[in-house]
Design a protein around this ligand. Structure first.
Ligand code: PEP
Ligand code: MN
Length: 350
C-alpha cells in the first residue's frame, strides 16, 4: 500500500506505478477526497517498502496482510478512501444504498411469452431487477440445460428477450455467465453479470467478467468460507472493477439436513461479511432453502440480518417450470414478501 502526499503530482503518482510494474505487479489507484492510495496487486513478498517510502510524493508505504484488501472496509477506512459502503449502480437502480433491492424472475428462461409475463408480474409486485437463467449450471446432463445450450443463436435469442423485457418493464436485467466464451455475448445484452455459486473459484472467468466493467452479482460457493468468498471477490476488484454485489445463497447442509432444506441458509454470514467489506450483500432464499413454503420467513430473516436486497425465483405457475419448480413463488407471494421486507427494513434502519 503506497499512500501519497495530499499534494503529490500526477507525475509522482505515475512514477510510483512504474516502480510497482518493475516488480511485475499491478497497481490499483484509489483517489480519495484528500489523498491518493496505490494498492499493489500480486505477490508483494519481495517488495522493498522502504524504497517506495523514499520516492517523491510518497507519504507512507507498507504491506497490508489481508488477502482481500482492495474490497476490505479496514483498508478503505484506514486510508480515508471509500465510505462505509459502496453503492453499485445498475441502470437507474442503486444496490447497497438506503433502499432495498429485489431481483426476481424465473429460474430459467423457457420462452418469450413465459419471460414477458413473469417480467410484467414481478414488476407489478415491486421487483426492481429482472433475472432469468440462460446458461444453466445443472447437476445432470440429462436435465433441461437452458436455452443457452441451443448454440449461439439460441442463446442470443433468449438474451434479446431478456434485454427487451427489461426495457419494456423498465428493469435492469441479470443473467449468469457460466464460461469465458459466453462473456462478450452476455455483456452485450445485460446490465449485471452473474457468477453462479459453482464458478466462484474460476479465476479466469472472474477476471474476464470484471473486465466488461459491468456490475457483477457474485454468488458464494456452497462450500466456501467467508474469507475464501471475499478472496475470490478480490479477483474481480483486482481488474479495477469494484461494482461487486455479494450474494449469500446457502452452504452445504450437514447430516440429514438435506432431507429438509436444499442448503443451509447462512444468515450470520450477511452481517459478518458486512463487517469486512464495503460491498453490498444480498441474499437468495430460493436456492438457499429450495422450498417455496420457506421463502417468506427466510426473506424476512435475511432482511432482518441486514441484507441490502434479495434475489427470488418467481413464476406465475411454479409447477410448470422446467427447473427449480419446488422453490419458485408466485408474483402475488412475491408482493407479500416485498411488503413485509420493506416494513422490517424500516424498523431496523439506523
Ligand atoms: C441461479 O441463481 O440461477 C443459480 C443457479 O444459483 P446458484 O449459482 O447460487 O446455485
Ligand atoms: Mn434456480
Amino acid at each position: 500500500m503506497i499512500i501519497m502526499n495530499s499534494e503529490a503530482t500526477k507525475e509522482e503518482i505515475a512514477d510510483v506505478v512504474e516502480e510497482i510494474k518493475k516488480y511485475g505487479l499491478k497497481a490499483d489507484i484509489s483517489r480519495g477526497e484528500y489523498r491518493t492510495v496505490i494498492g499493489l496487486i500480486g505477490d508483494e513478498s519481495k517488495v522493498d517498502f522502504a524504497h517506495f517510502a523514499a520516492l517523491p510524493g510518497v507519504k507512507e508505504a507498507r504491506g497490508v496482510e489481508t488477502p482481500y484488501k482492495l474490497i476490505s472496509k479496514e483498508y478503505s477506512k484506514r486510508f480515508g478512501l471509500e465510505s462505509e459502503r459502496r453503492v453499485v449502480q445498475a441502470g437507474n437502480i442503486s444496490i447497497g444504498g438506503d433502499n432495498l433491492v429485489f431481483i426476481a424472475g424465473p429460474c430459467t428462461i423457457e420462452s418469450k411469452p413465459q419471460l414477458f409475463r413473469i417480467a410484467e408480474e414481478v414488476k407489478k409486485a415491486g421487483a426492481h431487477i429482472l433475472r432469468g437463467g440462460i446458461f444453466k449450471p445443472r447437476s445432470s446432463v440429462h436435465s433441461f440445460q437452458g436455452l443457452g445450450a441451443n448454440g449461439r443463436a439460441g442463446a442470443e435469442e433468449a438474451l434479446k428477450w431478456l434485454h427487451d423485457a427489461g426495457q419494456k418493464f423498465e428493469m435492469p436485467v441479470v443473467t449468469e455467465v457460466r464460461g469465458e466464451t459466453q462473456i462478450d455475448l452476455v455483456a452485450e445484452y445485460t446490465d449485471i453479470m452473474q457468477i453462479g455459486a459453482r464458478n466462484m473459484y474460476d479465476q479466469d472467468l472472474l477476471a474476464g467478467v470484471a473486465r466488461t466493467n459491468k456490475p457483477i452479482l457474485f454468488k458464494r460457493h456452497f462450500g466456501a468460507g467467508i474469507g475464501e468468498f471475499l478472496s475470490f471477490a478480490e479477483y474481480i476488484a483486482a481488474e479495477g472493477n469494484k461494482d461487486i454485489i455479494l450474494c449469500e445463497r446457502g452452504i452445504l447442509p450437514v447430516g440429514k439436513g438435506k432431507d429438509y432444506t436444499r442448503y443451509t441458509f447462512d444468515l450470520a454470514a450477511i452481517p459478518a461479511i458486512q463487517k469486512e467489506t464495503y460491498l453490498p450483500v444480498i441474499a437468495d432464499p430460493s436456492h438457499a432453502t429450495g422450498r417455496r413454503d420457506l421463502i417468506f420467513n427466510m426473506s424476512c430473516a435475511a432482511i432482518a440480518a441486514g441484507a441490502s436486497g434479495l434475489m427470488i425465483e418467481t413464476h406465475y405457475n411454479p409447477s410448470e417450470a422446467l427447473v427449480d419448480a419446488q422453490q419458485m413463488i408466485t408474483p402475488d407471494e412475491l408482493k407479500e414478501v416485498i411488503d413485509a421486507c420493506l416494513r422490517i427494513h424500516q424498523l431496523i434502519a439506523r
